[in-house]
Structures are given as C-alpha cells and as structure tokens.
Design a protein around this ligand. Sequence first.
Ligand code: NAD
Ligand code: 2HG
Length: 528
Amino acid sequence: MTFTVLITDPLSEEGIQTLRDNAQMNIVVETALTPDELELRIVDANALLVRSQTQVTAKLISKASNLKIIGRAGVGVDNIDLDAATEHGIIVVNAPNGNTNSAAEHTMAMIMALSRKIPQAFLSLKNQQWDRKKYVGVELKNKTLGVIGLGRIGAEVSYRAMGQRMKVIAYDPFLTEEKAVAMGVDYGTVEEVIKKADFITVHTPLLKETKHLLNAEAFQLMKPGVQIINCARGGIIDEDALYDAILSKKVSGAALDVFEEEPFLDHKLLQLPEVIATPHLGASTVEAQENVAVDVCQDVLNFLTGGVVSNPVNLPSVPRDILNKIEPYFNLAEKLGSFLIHLTEEVIEEVNIYYSGDLSEVEVAPLTRNTIKGLLKRHLGDHVNDVNALYLAERRGITIHENKTSTTKGFTNLLTVEVKTKSEKRSVSGTLLNGLGARIVKVDHYSVDFTPVGHILVIHHKDQPGVIGRMGSLLAKHTINIATMQVDRADIGGDAIMMLTIDKHMEKEAMEELLLLEEIYDVTAIDL
Ligand SMILES: NC(=O)c1ccc[n+]([C@@H]2O[C@H](COP(=O)([O-])OP(=O)(O)OC[C@H]3O[C@@H](n4cnc5c(N)ncnc54)[C@H](O)[C@@H]3O)[C@@H](O)[C@H]2O)c1
Ligand SMILES: O=C(O)CC[C@@H](O)C(=O)O
C-alpha cells in the first residue's frame, strides 16, 4: 500500500528523508499552494505535514476524505482545527520538544537587543548617523524578569536570564512555591509578576484565558518604563493596549516575534521606535527545524505503518470492547473535571476520583483520563487529550488516586472527583441517569441536580430571606435570563449555595455587582 504525504510548509530535508527512505511513502512537497489549490490537493493526501503557515481549517478537513494524520512540525497547533480533525477521525501529532531551545534563545536575543536598542542603533548607523547619545540602554543584571507561563520555553528562558544575573519572578497555574524554589525563581501571582518586573516575557499558549492577558488594565499595574517581550503567540498581548502604553511612556520598549494577524507587511506597532520585531522566527534555526521535522516525520511514518506515535495531540486510544462499556460516561467525567477546576484558583496537588456503583465494576482508566483532561484543559488548552492528560498532570506534580466503592448514595452509578490544594479540598459528584444523560448531583457537601452544559453560576451565600430576589433582579438588570436554579444550605440561616444555569455568558461587570450584595460570599461563572 502507498501513502501520499503532502507537505505544505517548508520542512527540513532531514525529516522528509525519514519518509523518503520508506518505499510505501509517496512524498509531495507543495509549499506555495493557495487555499483553493490546497482544497483540491488535500483530497488525495493520507498525511498532511505543516508548520505554522498552512491554515488547516474545518473546511479544508471536510474535503480531506483520505486524510489519516496531520503532523505539525512545532508546538502550537492553533493553525489546525483540532475539533474538526478529531470529528473526522484524523490524528494530529506535533513536535513539542524540538524547538524549545531555539525559542528560548530567540527570546533572550530579543531581551538583549531590546535592552541595548541594538536594532534601532544599527538602523541609524545604516542611515549614516553616528549617534551614541540616543541609544543608551539598560543593564539586565539585577533587573527582574517576569515570566508568565513557566512551561518548556518559559523555564529555559528563566535559566538563561539567571545566567545574566537577572532575578526571575514567574507565574504559571501549575507552579507551586516549592517548585519555584527548586528552580531558583520567585513565585508570584500574575498581578505580582506584572507589578514587580522590569521586563515581562510571556510563554503561554494562546487560549481563551490567555487572550489579551496583557491588556490596558495590566499595563496600568506595571512599573513605569517596563519592557515587554512576546515570542509565544500573537494575541496574548492586546496590541492596541500595548501601542497606547508605549505612547504614554508606561512601556519603554517591546520586542515581538508574534502578532495577532500573521503574516503582515505593515503594522502600526512597527511605526514606533520603541518596538523591535522579527517575523515569527523563534523556531527558525537549522537545529530546531531539523529536530521538529525529524520528530514529526517519524511519528507520521510510525502511524501510517501501524506503529505507536510519540506526540499525539488528539488521539483516543481505547480498545473497542472497553470503549463500549464506558463510552457513555466519557462526557460526564470530562464535564466534572471542567466544572471542578473553576472552583479553585489554587495549584492542584492531588486528585481523588471515586467510582461507585456500576462504575466500580468497569475499567476506569479511560474515565480518569477524561476527568483529568477536563481539569487540565482550562489552563493547557485543547492539546490535552485522553492520551496525554495523565502525563501532563504527572509533569505538573499532580498525584491522582482512583478509588472504587460500592457506596452509591442511592444512585446506580456515581462518579466523585475531589481536588486538594495546599489549603482547600473541593469536590463534585455526577451520575449518568438512564435516558437523561449526565447530571451533577453534589457540589462540595451541597446536594444539587443539574445538567453540566452551558453557562453556569455557582453562588455561595448566606441563607437569608430576599437574597434570591435581589440576585434575580440584578441578573434581570443585565438581561441575564435564568434557565434553571437549585438552592441548598448547610443549615437554616447558615452557608448556602445557589446553582444557576443562565442563557448567556456572565460578564465581569455583572459578577462584580453580584459580589456587592452583602449576603453573597463568592460567585463562580463556568462556561461548559
Ligand atoms: N515564536 C516561535 O516561533 C515559537 C516557537 C515555539 C513555541 N512557541 C510558542 O511558545 C509558547 C510556549 O511553548 P512551550 O513549548 O513552552 O509550551 P508549554 O506547554 O511547555 O508551556 C506553556 C505553559 O503556559 C502555562 N499557562 C497556561 N495558561 C496560563 C496562564 N493563564 N498564565 C500563565 N501560564 C499559563 C501552562 O501551564 C504551561 O506550563 C506556545 O504558545 C508556543 O506555541 C513559539
Ligand atoms: O513553524 C515555525 O517556525 C513556528 C513554530 C512555533 O510557533 C511553534 O509553535 O512551534
């Protein structure tokens, strides 16, 4: 059997050779296709290999009737519609490790060029101006580097910055104080990092939660003269807010490798002398391109020839006989995880999963993976899947315990997930009701009953007459319609919980107003 492998972005020949060496592979390299041409060529492809330029959209995937695997030579898979690929049963693999070093080195190069105004001085010299006064820089030594996102690249940048005798303060939702100490960095909240840093570098994926992480509000909190670096993804920084912050002199310089819209030929930020930039070159080294091409081509080869892949992004791997028994619970498990992660802002150290009733008799490992996938997705994004969820949790020091028990509290099946942080324990229980689908039936020690979909509000309040009315009027003022509502309390006049499903996303302003009501302790808005 022959497989057609279509390569649509420039890939290192070292990697492609891995495929060429196998007689079954028919390699087609077409790096200048228009989207329309690509739609025609994709029909015959069994594998598609891309970097960040090719946009693998749902429309393209819908035309890819023979496609089995998409390989991304690099980390970010935001140019690939993962849901569409999964829906079409197409496996996506990436190469997450091969360009870490290059991206970290590029970030350091940007920090150093920025602090010493090297690109600006060079340009001026090219324009025949010998100007030594205009290009006075600042030293890095003893300055504080704020790192937001301490994953592979963020960690490597931190080590290098310490080599420059910088102090590093970092925030990552999976960073504990102990881990920070072990790495030699200071631990801070996003706000602390932003307030204390002289240079701020972001190294998160682009997710709902990281979109415009550095916005006008964040720039307000920063030190005057702060310098900003983005070698991760365009969109983590609000470009308009950055532009204004530079004009107002709050930000004295910015080094950008990535942009909200790429590619472009003209950008208003580039009109500012304080901005230096590169056209998404973080991974553009001979070594990184070789590494990622070799890794991804090897995975594609393994997959097409029946082997095991190393870096699946969306691969479900459950044997059919087990799948048939537990598949109905997958959605419940993931929803419980997704719900629970919103109940704590602290670093999760331990997860306990209790399988009761019918669930105590089945193979539960895939359900655990789905639960953890739901938990991690909020901070790690869509690259968390059944295959890598446990690995990612383990890498973040989260211990997971599965427990089987016959106690069902009246349900034929009950799945309880409990997370422990340094100072709190939160839990949620759900069941699969025959014919009615997934229901959440307990939140901490409160009994509830609701379907885990849509926009949900969890409100802790004091059990007192009038609270529900005031809360309802306030939501009405914001044209938020309540679809369902549950109330439970610890004891009369004591702590109580309201669970609401509402018809639209709860905006920040409405949340803040709710919190002003005297009897309301806290409000959590969850979109499932
Ligand atoms: N410029 C380039 O050419 C280039 C090259 C390689 C990678 N990248 C990009 O760099 C980024 C980092 O890559 P990586 O390999 O280090 O990924 P990684 O998954 O190892 O690390 C990302 C980290 O961000 C953290 N995070 C998630 N949400 C956060 C939040 N709200 N606040 C703070 N931290 C948060 C995660 O916990 C994780 O530890 C990605 O966006 C990747 O696409 C860019
Ligand atoms: O393909 C590239 O050069 C960019 C890769 C980089 O953005 C990544 O996420 O790995």
